[in-house]
Design a protein around this ligand. Structure first.
Ligand code: SAH
Length: 363
């Protein structure tokens, strides 16, 4: 995407562009600081929502550096409190963002692409195909937008941001990196990088870059099988970036004292055999990271099936018997609104998760 918003630029360049605009209009210099404070202090990234600016300046900003980024396009709330927000981008593409409350935290699951090119066999986003990369502003606007929507209730907060929504973040590295720098940087929003997790299917060169460029951001690898033949069958990108290379990167990262956590969707008859559990445990030993076993979340048209709870626990036990680190079964959140991992389809799969959810209008 062509950069069109202040938040599509690195902090320094954004600052220069803002200064250029303020100076060209003959506005006093303090305006620049005033606007910066609105954006990075108040998290208002849309000039229309900035009070105390002269009308003409506001209009020009709205038409240039601080125009609307996302349009709210519906919201659903799960029985478990999870909220799914649908947004339309300026070109009409649809993305989804999910907020997941837990006792002391609130996790925001953001999308990095509209659709996804990775085409993993078990994921609804992949089944819907790929539309395009999101810009940095489109990534950040999910956070500012949901923050706004939650503002009415002080108990609802965002304490973590996870790149586990639609898309493969490491296939959109430039936008991801700019968004991360703006979110965490001193010249940006100062969100703690330790509270951000990037989840990836393992795009090897960019995984290395991510680890080097963002030493504090947490990394999750969507493994799903530690056996190449199995993994290639369900994660096509494994052909391009096979396990040996990923294992090497995971070892490099853990040698620097960081742990890569592993995600593993357990699919009946695909990756749930005892040999698969053993291979997973051995792979994990190289990173000593947390293993997150994910129950399969179904969606229309999928041929995959998950395990029932007992079989899932037995699989976890098998992994634990060979691995010293943490092995947990991820609690499914937002299933009834198709807001759980792998269910985000935007407007691509009709009728997903309609039951029991309240569908509200855009706010
Ligand atoms: N593309 C990145 C970011 C998406 S994260 C990645 O793959 O890591 C979404 C997580 O949910 C991934 O671990 C993904 O493998 C998992 N997932 C995908 N489809 C799923 C499904 N149907 N049920 C459960 N988890 C799923």
């Amino acid at each position: 995407m062509k950069p069109v918003h202040l938040l599509d630029f690195e902090a320094k360049e954004g600052e220069e562009r803002l200064r250029g605009l303020v100076e060209a209009r003959g506005e006093p210099a303090y305006r620049q600081e005033q606007i910066r404070e609105q954006v990075f202090g108040q998290r208002r990234i849309d000039a229309e929502k900035m009070p105390n600016l002269p009308h003409a300046l506001r209009e020009q900003l709205a038409a240039t550096l601080l125009g609307p980024v996302l349009r709210a396009d519906g919201e659903q709330t799960s029985r478990d409190g999870t909220r799914k927000f649908r947004s339309r981008l300026r070109d009409g593409a649809v993305i989804e963002t999910v907020w997941i409350p837990a006792e002391s935290r609130g996790t925001l699951c953001v999308s990095s692409q509209a659709g996804c090119p990775a085409a993993c066999s078990f994921c609804a986003t992949g089944a819907g195909g790929f539309e395009r990369n999101l810009s940095p502003a489109e990534i950040i606007a999910q956070w500012t937008g949901v923050s706004d929507a939650l503002a009415a209730d002080p108990a609802q907060r965002i304490t973590q941001i996870v790149f586990m929504g639609m898309g493969e973040p490491l296939l959109n590295y430039a936008s991801l990196a700019t968004a991360l720098r703006l979110l965490t940087g001193a010249g940006g929003f100062r969100f703690s990088p330790r509270r951000i997790t990037v989840s990836t299917v393992g795009i090897a060169p960019n995984l290395r870059r991510l680890a080097a460029d963002f030493p504090q951001v947490r990394i999750a690898l969507s493994l799903h099988s530690a056996v190449d033949a199995t993994r290639t069958a369900i994660v096509p990108l494994n052909r391009r970036y096979p396990l040996a290379g990923l294992a090497e990167i995971v070892r490099e990262i853990s040698a620097r004292g960081r742990r890569v956590s592993l995600e593993y969707v357990v699919l009946a008859g695909v990756n749930d055999a005892p040999e698969e559990a053993a291979a997973l445990a051995d792979f994990a030993a190289q990173s000593a990271g947390h293993i997150n076993l994910i129950p399969f979340h179904s969606y229309p048209g999928t041929a995959h099936r998950g395990l029932e709870a007992g079989a899932m626990r037995r699989f976890a036990e098998r992994v634990r018997s060979r691995y010293d680190g943490a092995v947990t079964i991820r609690k499914s959140r937002g299933l009834d609104i198709a807001g759980a991992c792998g269910q985000l389809a935007g407007d691509k799969l009709a009728g997903v998760g309609a039951s029991g959810a309240s569908v509200g209008p855009a706010r």
